[in-house]
Design a protein. Structure first.
Lengths: 233, 95, 544
């Protein structure tokens, strides 16, 4: 009952009035975030469906486009995100143990990794811009066609690969930017001492979001960068 | 969400595993395995994702069955979208 | 004593605070429900206005009221407004928001602020769409088919797409709120098998909203990008596949029709036992059929694409699956009927609408099976047969369910009784107007009149005139409740806590409820629909 002595005792300022106790509030927040991640799986899923269809139809163009991406940057970026997931996980642990300074440092590190990822993404996209691989009126796949004299590369099919490349990495980058924004706020709140072992739900559920964005990249990396990396004969 | 505090050693171990798998997947891509290149890449990616979900997202340490239901259901739904769409595309040219 | 203003002594959610800020910044799920009620009614008028213009044009075979391009805009916007701004939110956002916490014994939804955000997203989406309407509208059909929408249409596709994208997030957040609430905030003793079936229906609906709407969202994003940057993803001249758009679009839009019907089914499942004074027959079957509809509903989308160019094999698969999805709906109809058998029936207004729902939904559903048969579909697809089919379900089904629910819970929401005689009259007018409007359309479609055409061969005129006549009667039937509901807020008989003698926790608190719903959270020790223990009301309340 919401008016029992136990519940009254637990009514701190963080407990919203419509919840019975902190545990119910935390469980609700957690379930809410997991359900939101389910919607995100379907949101990205539409792009994965388009990718699957066109990779099935235009494998050659997809392979050629994939090869034109810089494998070094792609691998480094994957590693950067993995490091950021580590700092997030360690951060949640620090919050659980009430270690405020450690939490703040880990949150700042996470932001550093996040910005590093976005910076590298910018470098890659700029390279695509210079190579005229950005879809639209200035799209030009002639350099790719030159690299594959034996197989027929259709420029409009190649453009579809790059449309999906930019759509998928773009949507992912947007989620990273939102994640960086969320974690900036979390870092500020952590620095202000708002998180305790009893209440650190925002850190937990923001962490879930961040790990999800990492997982999306874990799939994007092979699907976009590793379609065909066999040495050219 | 359980308040089980995971030892930082486990987090570091998972981190190393993820980095190693990243290098492996990039390396294997340069070896010619024919159609299995894609399979291997996706298997490795799925294993990496599993490590993140189970350890970093604490799913291994939660007693909450609902969380696992949500994950499995959403993946199943995505599979529905992909599989039933491809059922059309893969059978179109059969006359 | 019947016409006194709501007694000021007792505080409840309506009189707790006054002023526009207390409404626009509320987090009370009951107030948010009323905010939605006002907004969706507004859009119902807009969508209805487009419908009347369509029916006026179709009075004569020639295209003489509006231009062909304008006609394209009329049916496109009628569809989008009615679906996205009226039907999809209607029961969940109004009745669901109001009742879900009450029915499970909670003080509010799990995330009250997100609930308010849902409404604001809906309003923003609505404003963008209104701007789209007044600056030119869309003419692509409500379905935005490519490549017309991406490469050829000169109308405001991007703006409409943006509006629907935002409205989609409103829908997703509502679904998320409901699922978390139902899982985490049930009162002690309120086990899953004691939940009202209205809750089961909304749970199933929410699953669809969560898993389907994001796919529509990303599809709209792709359409907007394609249109803005000439990408070619859906353009056949550039290697794209228009059918990919249709697959992604219908992956959401078919389950969307179950978003629109499941809540109505939930409403009917509350009303039928109450006015039969009998426990629902087959509780488990009704609960499981809601989940089954939600799941199977995702397996059938390409039945909208049978003649679009999908492979014959996938058409066969989707046809068989479409037959399957009818089964859980039929199970519900059997259960409602079995509930009424040997019950003590009262033909109150909610029950009249429920009867209308059962009959008309059954007709709409059965004609859906006709459409699921590939051979028949080739003949009637893109004709008025399809138009009649979905209006039987959406209007004869979903809207009637909404009206039933509004009348049933009006005493709880407003603390007043509506005038029962007028209620029954309006229900009858709606039923007659509806059938006159849409039954001729089955015949027209079978005879070959295409949909979305602004002119037609003269031999179809008589049936079209009947249809238009019906639509004016239907309009009267819809306006009447709006008038008497408003009237009742000042002059209606003051409602008791449980004027219908209904089961359910919402009837155990005052009408209207206090802001925090219950003075004390109840502990549930009884099964749902225990009508053998609830005395029938001494009389069905009838305004003198």
């Amino acid at each position: 009952m919401s008016d029992s002595p136990v519940a009254v005792e637990q009514h701190g300022p963080e407990l919203r009035h419509h919840f019975v106790d902190m545990e119910q509030q935390r469980d609700a927040a957690s379930l809410g975030m997991w359900l939101f991640l389910a919607t995100e799986i379907m949101f990205f899923g539409g792009l994965f469906c388009a990718y699957l269809v066109y990779r099935y139809w235009y494998f050659n163009e997809f392979a050629a486009g994939s090869r034109s991406l810089d494998l070094k940057w792609g691998t480094i970026n994957t590693a950067v995100l993995i490091c950021s997931s580590l700092t997030v996980a360690l951060g949640v642990r620090a919050a659980q143990m009430g270690k405020r300074k450690l939490l703040v440092i880990l949150m700042l590190l996470t932001l550093v990794f996040g910005f590093a990822f976005l910076g590298i993404k910018g470098i890659e996209w700029y390279a695509k811009y210079q190579e005229h691989h950005i879809p639209g009126s200035s799209f030009d796949a002639s350099d790719i066609i030159k690299d594959y004299p034996q197989i027929h590369i259709d420029p409009s099919h190649e453009q579809i690969y790059f449309s999906l490349y930019f759509a998928m990495t773009g949507l992912h980058a947007l989620h990273m930017i939102i994640g960086v924004g969320i974690f900036s706020f979390i870092t500020f709140c952590a620095w202000k001492g708002r998180y305790t072992p009893r209440y650190h739900t925002p850190v937990e559920i923001a962490g879930l979001y961040w790990h999800f964005v990492d997982i999306v990249w874990i799939y994007l990396f092979p699907l976009l960068y590793l379609i065909d990396r066999k040495p050219l004969k | 969400m359980s308040e089980h505090i995971v030892s930082s050693k486990i987090y570091y171990a998972i981190w190393i595993a993820l980095l190693v798998l990243t290098v492996v997947t990039a390396g294997v891509a340069t070896i010619d395995l024919g159609p299995f290149n894609t399979v291997v890449a996706l298997v490795i990616a799925t294993f990496k994702a599993l490590l993140v979900v189970l350890f970093f997202m604490h799913v291994k340490y939660t007693s909450e069955k609902l969380t696992k239901m949500v994950i499995v259901s959403s993946l199943f739904w995505l599979l529905l979208l992909l599989a039933l769409s491809m059922a059309d595309y893969t059978t179109r040219l059969i006359s | 004593m019947a016409t006194a203003a709501i007694t000021a002594e007792r505080e409840h959610y309506l009189n707790k605070e006054y002023g526009i800020q207390s409404w626009l910044l509320t987090t009370d799920h009951k107030r948010i429900a009323l905010l939605y009620l006002i907004s969706i009614t507004f859009f119902f008028f807009i969508g209805g206005f487009f419908a009347l213009l369509i029916r006026l044009e179709l009075l004569t075979p020639a295209g003489d009221l509006v231009q062909a391009d304008t006609y394209n805009k009329l049916f496109s916007m009628h569809g989008q407004v009615m679906i996205f701004f009226f039907l999809i939110p209607s029961i969940p956002a109004v009745l669901g928001n109001f009742l879900v916490p009450l029915m499970i014994g909670a003080r509010d939804l799990a995330f009250p602020r997100i609930n308010l955000l849902s409404w604001y997203l809906y309003v923003i989406a609505g404003l963008i769409y209104i701007h789209c309407i007044v600056t030119g509208g869309v003419d692509t059909g409500w379905t935005f088919y490519t490549p017309f929408s991406t490469a050829f249409s000169n109308t405001k596709v991007v703006e409409a797409g943006l509006a629907l994208f935002i409205a989609g997030f409103s829908s997703i957040l509502t679904g998320l709120n409901f699922v978390v609430t139902i899982h985490r905030m049930r009162a002690p003793g309120m086990t899953w098998s004691r939940l009202p079936l209205f809750i089961w229906a909304h749970y199933a609906t929410s699953i669809i909203q969560l898993l389907g709407t994001p796919v529509l969202a990303i599809t709209l994003v792709l359409v907007v990008f394609e249109r803005a940057f000439h990408l070619g993803i859906f353009d056949p001249t550039r290697g794209g596949d228009p059918l990919l758009f249709q697959h992604l679009f219908w992956f959401y839009s078919h389950p969307a029709v179950y978003i629109m019907i499941l809540p109505s089914m939930g409403v009917v499942t509350e009303i039928v036992p109450c006015f039969s004074r009998k426990r629902i027959f087959g509780y488990n079957f009704v609960a499981m059929s809601s989940i089954a509809i939600a799941v199977f509903g995702f397996l059938v989308w390409a039945h909208h694409m049978f003649v679009a160019g999908i492979s014959l094999y996938s058409a066969l698969i989707f046809s068989i699956l479409s037959y399957l999805v009818a089964v859980p709906s039929a199970i519900k109809v059997f259960n409602w009927t079995a509930t009424m058998y040997k019950g003590s029936i009262t033909f109150s207004t909610p029950m009249l609408y429920a009867f209308g729902f059962i009959g008309l939904f059954t007709m709409g559903g059965l004609t859906g099976l006709f459409l699921a048969a590939l051979g028949i579909d080739v003949h009637v697809t893109d004709t008025y047969f399809v138009v009649a089919h979905f209006h039987y379900i959406m209007v004869g089904g979903a809207v009637m369910g909404y009206m039933a629910g509004m009348h049933f819970w009006w005493p709880k929401i407003s603390g007043r009784m509506y005038p029962e005689a007028w209620g029954r009259l309006a229900a009858l007018i709606v039923f007659l107007g509806f059938n006159l409007t849409f039954f001729p359309q089955f015949i027209l479609g079978y005879l070959g009149m295409p949909r979305r055409y602004w002119q037609y061969p003269p031999e179809f005129q008589v049936l079209n005139v009947l249809s238009t006549a019906g639509s004016t009667i239907l309009a009267v039937g819809y306006v009447l409740p709006m008038v008497y509901f408003l009237w009742s807020m000042r002059y209606g008989k003051i409602a008791e806590d449980n004027p219908w003698g209904a089961s359910g926790l919402e009837w155990k608190t005052a009408s209207p409820p206090p802001t925090f719903n219950f003075d004390e959270i109840p502990e549930v020790t009884w099964e749902a629909y225990d009508y053998e223990h609830i005395p029938a009301p001494a009389e069905v309340p009838v305004e003198r």
